[in-house]
Design a protein around this ligand. Structure first.
Ligand SMILES: [Zn+2]
Length: 210
């Protein structure tokens, strides 16, 4: 997971719709939902808010971190919204993750400050947290440790390890690692790299040991 900075201004059509008495998200106009999704995808640099895989306007949906069912009062709160993948919809429950798995459950942590709360295990690709409640939600609400995602994270770790090994003998090794960190922190063409949070976690750890 990586930190998400929300846009200062929420989508105009959302403000308009919320002014209607008893308005709900579901009865909002299609253009409003599209405007929200575009805004969310842009502020997330085209990555799913939970698993960090690529999302597009056609493959993502609007996620309510506190679900609409449990918290209808937050259904039109832009701060409660994020763009999420929905690529496991047709799969068996144990293979699903992110919104497909979460459904009406709540994810209660602030995505603006999530990065420093999560760690990754190199060999297993497990995402975890020292915070027991976050750790529970990563597994029981989002299912982020299902096989496919763990495999992808392990591959990212191995790529990082190869990169370090290939450059370890160079005189400016520290500078090279720092450049690589900057590369993964920044976006190109409005997009960040998939699983960049995993790469950054291991690169920063390596950098801090130097
Ligand atoms: Zn996802």
């Amino acid at each position: 997971m990586i930190n998400i900075q929300k846009n200062q201004n929420e989508p105009h059509l959302l403000s308009q719709h919320r002014a209607i008495p008893d308005a709900t998200y579901d009865d909002g106009p299609r253009e409003m939902k599209r405007e929200i999704l575009e805004s969310l995808i842009a502020e997330q640099y085209s990555l799913c808010c939970y698993c960090q895989q690529r999302i597009t306007i056609d493959s993502a949906s609007v996620e309510h971190k506190f679900s609409q069912k449990n918290h209808p009062e937050m259904a039109l709160d832009y701060e409660n919204m994020a763009a999420v993948c929905s690529c496991t919809e047709r799969q068996k429950k144990k293979r699903q993750y992110c919104d497909d798995f979460k459904q009406d459950k709540d994810f209660t942590f602030d995505l603006a400050h999530i990065e420093k709360l999560v760690q990754y295990e190199p060999k297993t690709g497990v995402i975890k947290s020292d915070n027991p409640e976050l750790n529970r939600q990563l597994n029981e609400v989002l299912n982020l440790n299902q096989d496919y995602l763990r495999g992808e994270r392990t591959a990212v770790y191995n790529a990082m390890k190869r990169f370090v090994e290939n450059n370890a003998q160079k005189a400016n090794f520290k500078g090279i690692i720092n450049r690589e960190i900057k590369k993964y922190e920044s976006a190109s063409d409005g997009k960040k790299k998939e699983f960049c949070g995993v790469m950054l976690y291991f690169l920063r750890k390596r950098y801090n040991r130097m």
